[in-house]
Design a protein around this ligand. Sequence first.
Ligand code: IMP
Ligand code: MG
Length: 173
Amino acid sequence: MYKLSKAPLLSATQIDKRVESLALELKACDFDVILSALTGSYMFTADISRRMARPDLKIAFIRASSYGNQTESSGKVKISGLETKDIKGKRVLIIDDILDTGNTMLALIQAIKEYSPESVKTCVLLNKESRRVVDCHADFVGFEIEDKFVVGYGLDFAGDYRTLPEIWTLEEI
Ligand code: IMP
Ligand code: MG
């Protein structure tokens, strides 16, 4: 059994401020297309892309799944949806919710590179540096966090908690 922490790890205001500053950095980078990994990054992607507010910036969603209903990564990553996207020669920004073991981001980068983009950069809302098992980093990071399972602001546990506006730690009871 799990329950939410007493207080949020990151409040909606903290997230909002960081998303704003990150969006300013990203806006200056001239990306052609954002490839956002469903489902966890849907809220972050919506908030950050509207703040980048560039009329020519494209958004596409792809699916990367490595988690079942557990809080541990399976290590295997299934990626789908890339075949229909316009990636060749484009400056791509990958957005994901969280960089944990790094398996997902590494698989995404490798899969996208198969489609000959001009460049690939990565942005995550959260980074759990201490959990990394593969050589993978994000070019843009919202917040560095400790090794705790977190939910809210798009991130789920077995499908729950995604719609909460704050980020919470999930505690075992
Ligand atoms: P990685 O492949 O281990 O880096 O895991 C990345 C994916 O696992 C993320 O895109 C999330 O979907 C999921 N994930 C990792 N840590 C958490 C967490 O603390 N809460 C919710 N989902 C997580
Ligand atoms: Mg994910």
